[in-house]
Design a binder for this molecule. Sequence first.
Ligand SMILES: O=P(O)(O)O[C@H]1O[C@H](CO)[C@@H](O)[C@H]1O
Ligand SMILES: Nc1nc2[nH]cnc2c(=O)[nH]1
Length: 294
Amino acid sequence: MFPESSTDYGYEACKATADWLLEHAPVRPLVGIVCGSGLGGLADMLKDQKFFSYSEIPNFPKSTVHGHAGRLVFGNLKGKPCVCMQGRFHLYEGYSIQKITMPIRIFKLMGVETVILTNAAGGLNQDYKVGDVMIIKDHINMPGFAGNNPLCGQNDDRFGIRFPCMSDAYDKEMMQLAQKVGNELGYSHFLKEGVYCVLGGPSFETIAECRMLNRLGADAVGMSTVHEVIVARHSGMRVFALSLITNKAVMDYSSEEKANHEEVLQTGEQRSQQLVKLVSTMVSRMTHPNDFKL
Ligand SMILES: O=P(O)(O)O[C@H]1O[C@H](CO)[C@@H](O)[C@H]1O
Ligand SMILES: Nc1nc2[nH]cnc2c(=O)[nH]1
């Protein structure tokens, strides 16, 4: 839970991987995108692609989850150099929390300034429908309550400070931009804004757990993203995150519904094109990290 500094995922390992990638990649990325379950199609929006299987990248973990292809894709999106993780790592795959967030530090060392994270999540908010897209405005870090935070262990000042602020984790201008672009594209009816809660997984939640999380203020629940957000903010990157509501969390003892990964992947496929449009339009409007064409 509280690791000693490890050479497996520390600064030198991240730097070696970043240098290796920059040597082989066609672009030096400014934007880093992480694809959630069933959302790997987002990587297809990159032009002039070059991809690397995770298995060929030094020090990189391997993807083990269906719906996460396990490729790092480089390319241009509306003229902006990007890198896209087609598949992420989760705590329940058995990696340490430092290992699963290592790619975010590699993003930073490659020059990424803005991270766009996506995930599939269960809808706890009773007003949410399957297929809704939730702009994440805040999070609840359940593993963090139990001491499992990616920043546990010795702090490396080359990445960031010991006690980073998280009340400003999700960039407000990016959220505004998402709302504006969503309106223009006619997506307002399925675009929401809410709080994402991360759990360790891999089992889905019980009815009592869903009810509890909802009362605690969570609108959606999943098993990822928050650890990546913490690491990205620690090293000063701008963060924007989206949850696709792939299923409704079961909150009622009379319900026959059962959460399952197949439904998660299916919903991802159905909304994929609209998410591509939303994210690519947003990226095209990001003129500079702190300078938007709203
Ligand atoms: O968060 P992403 O990677 O989108 O995946 C979500 O979907 C899987 C469950 O179906 C879990 O891994 C959950 O976290
Ligand atoms: N924990 C959790 N993760 C998900 N990912 C997609 N749907 C769900 C869900 O209902 N619960």
